[in-house]
Design a protein around this ligand. Structure first.
Ligand code: SF4
Ligand code: SF4
Length: 169
């Protein structure tokens, strides 16, 4: 399946992806209440002073889906997208998915008098992920798994070539 991949070396921490994500989901039908604090679904963490965007992997065997007691969190068989927005009425805000996800990419939201879990849905209604479209550095891409592996190989070769060029000077 196509997934959102991050090339952390390219990220400059500008937060465009975070803002674009919040904006893209601000009018989600998922919510019952006024959207005054839309949580981001992509998380910009800082590791050793460098920004690292973190986003859902839409895992083949998602721990969040296994942990969800109500069946709200599901993996769509056709698209591979993992989301609880296909049947939001089932989300009871128990945070089991938050505890189960090894990447910490599920956010929490108070929606009126209920609590819900909020996560990346690859902007399925928008057509393409807003974080990818908004990144000025090309640090987030949306690619097939093998396509991304090839892309990373090319980046690695370019780095090696530029290192060797530097050595010769
Ligand atoms: S938009 Fe791109 S460069 Fe900016 S913080 Fe997000 S990943 Fe990094
Ligand atoms: S939320 Fe976490 S466990 Fe669930 S699919 Fe995404 S990365 Fe995997």
């Amino acid at each position: 399946m196509k997934r959102i991949y991050v090339i952390k070396e390219k990220c400059n921490g500008c937060m465009n992806c975070v803002v674009a994500c919040q904006k893209a989901h601000a009018d989600s039908e998922f919510y019952a209440s006024i959207r005054d604090s839309e949580p981001t679904r992509i998380h910009l963490q800082v590791v050793e002073r460098s920004p690292v965007p973190l986003v859902c992997r839409h895992c083949e065997e998602p721990a969040c889906v296994k942990a969800c007691m109500t069946g709200a969190m599901q993996k769509d068989e056709k698209t591979g997208i993992v989301s609880n927005e296909f049947n939001p009425q089932k989300c009871i805000g128990c945070w089991m998915c938050v505890m189960a996800c090894p990447f910490g990419v599920i956010s929490l939201k108070q929606d009126g008098d209920r609590k819900i879990a909020v996560k990346c849905d690859i902007c399925v209604k928008r057509g393409s992920p807003a974080c990818v479209d908004s990144c000025p550095k090309g640090a987030i891409v949306y690619m097939e798994d093998e396509e991304f592996a090839e892309y990373k190989r090319q980046l690695s070769l370019e780095n090696i070539a530029s290192d060797q060029g530097g050595d010769e000077q």
